[in-house]
Design a protein around this ligand. Structure first.
Ligand code: UDX
Length: 438
């Protein structure tokens, strides 16, 4: 089997590397010549993702994975061509911008030389697959092809494991010929008995949005319950466990925090809201989720200010964690991008440390002082704020933290410490949805 992967962003690069690990011959294509050169010549991985560098290196060495800017050569003779280009939110209306997807479809159409399965891997709104098929047919009325929707559910930070051991694989197409090609590509997953769901094109496209928006709603639900816990004196972790043990609810994605961010949930919730409105079947629950999550980020800045006595003017706040989640350098829609400016607007001086995100953060945040490590960050600061739950922040030497801070005050928006421990260590401590100390 030979495939072409168009787009070497997160999804494209991880999927390409993982398919090559499955034994498939993969050519990854991107228009960005510098990126391709870096990948080909030096194995430079443009994103931070644990395990990806090794996976790319070993498969490139084995000759199963290669990189090029030459789309026509990569597509010619391929059994399947995956479209994994970006689908950012369109400025203004929240719709997914499909110009890259349709552009890729045109180029693929012009380059196909035999029966080809064209697979949309990018998250695309319902109806996109049909439009891709229409475009290909328009460019190449003679071409033999099928269009398949095969959404990717991988999470940043655990992308390789998610790809290699998924809960399920969804394949949307009515064509038996295309199904056979997809079965062959995912042969390794059949061996480990991964459920593989064959659906229609539209159903598959909707599954991806329904999954992501459901998870965003689940997080938003527990965030609101956390706020209520603070008011009534309940503990949100116990509530999450108490409801999560009910198999109908499930334990995952019930961790409260400063609101969801990242490259998928914010964009996909907005896009599905738009699609649903356009089709006259509004998803009011997701409209509300979008609204609550946006407001939550500002509310988190207010929570910090409140805990610090109502004013942060002239005070130095040490912020640990900038990325939207750990084990990534991704800053897209990270809560820190709203919380930090709000604290600065209230007069705070912000000093920050993040193990991987500072370079990216510096492009988006102004007037932040960046520290070399967590302890340098908090040295002489008035309070410590945890914004992202990197493992290294879970194991801080609390005696040292106490001695470095002007006062032992921690606001922990990820609940990586417990009220009991922080009380024992003599901190004033503000978690989310749990007992506050001081
Ligand atoms: C998500 C989906 O999980 C994945 O299936 C899809 O393909 C892409 O979008 P990702 O954005 O990488 O993956 O991260 P995820 O781990 O799902 O976290 C998303 C956001 O939700 C983060 O901001 C995270 O902090 C937040 N979150 C997650 C919570 O606040 N609480 C939780 O319990 C879980």
């Amino acid at each position: 089997m030979r495939i072409a992967m168009i787009g070497t962003g997160y999804v494209g690069l991880v999927s390409g590397a993982c398919f090559s690990e499955f034994g498939v011959n993969v050519v990854c294509v991107d228009k960005d010549a510098a990126k391709i050169d870096g990948l080909r010549e030096r194995g430079d991985i443009p994103i931070y993702e644990p395990g990806l560098e090794q996976l790319v290196a070993s498969n490139a060495q084995a000759g199963r994975l290669s990189f090029t800017t030459d789309l026509p050569t990569a597509v010619a003779g391929a059994d399947a061509v995956f479209i994994a280009v970006g689908t950012p939110s369109r400025r203004g209306d929240g719709h997914a911008d499909l110009s890259y997807v349709y552009g890729a479809a045109r180029e693929i159409a012009a380059a196909m030389t035999k029966y080809t399965v064209v697979v949309t891997k990018s998250t695309v709104p319902v109806g996109t697959g049909r439009e891709v098929a229409r475009i290909i047919r328009e460019v190449r009325p003679d071409a033999e092809f099928d269009v398949v929707s095969n959404p990717e559910f991988l999470r940043e930070g655990s992308a390789i494991n998610d790809f290699m051991r998924p809960d399920r694989v969804v394949i949307g197409t009515e064509s038996e010929r295309a199904r056979a090609v997809m079965r062959q590509l995912y042969r390794v997953l059949y061996l480990i008995e991964t459920p593989i769901l064959f659906t229609s094109l539209e159903t598959s496209e909707l599954i991806k949005y329904a999954a992501n928006t459901f998870l965003a709603a689940k997080i938003t639900f527990i965030n609101e319950v956390a706020d209520l816990c603070e008011k009534v004196g309940a503990d949100v972790h116990d509530v999450a466990r108490g409801i999560g043990l009910d198999g109908r609810i499930g334990r995952k994605f019930l961790h409260p925090g400063p609101g969801y961010g990242g490259s998928c949930f914010p964009k996909d919730t907005l896009a599905l809201v738009k699609t649903a409105q356009e089709y006259g079947a509004p998803l009011r629950i997701i409209e509300t989720v979008v609204d609550i999550n946006a407001k939550r980020k500002k509310a988190m800045a207010d929570k910090i200010i409140q805990f610090l006595g109502g004013s942060v003017a002239g005070r130095t706040l040490a912020i640990l964690g900038l990325t939207f989640k750990p084990n990534t350098d991704d800053m897209r829609d990270s809560p820190s991008l709203d919380i930090i400016p709000a604290l600065q607007a209230a007069g705070a001086n912000v000093r920050a440390f993040d193990p991987e995100g500072m370079k990216e953060a510096a492009k988006h945040l102004a007037n932040v002082e960046y520290a070399d490590n967590a302890y340098a960050c908090m040295d002489g600061a008035d309070a410590l704020v945890i914004l992202t739950e990197w493992n290294e922040f879970r194991a801080l030497d609390l005696a040292r933290v106490r001695s470095l801070l002007r006062e032992p005050v921690m606001i922990d928006l990820r609940n990586i410490y417990t009220p009991e421990d922080m009380e024992a260590q003599g901190f004033r401590y503000s978690p989310v949805g749990r007992r506050q100390i001081g």
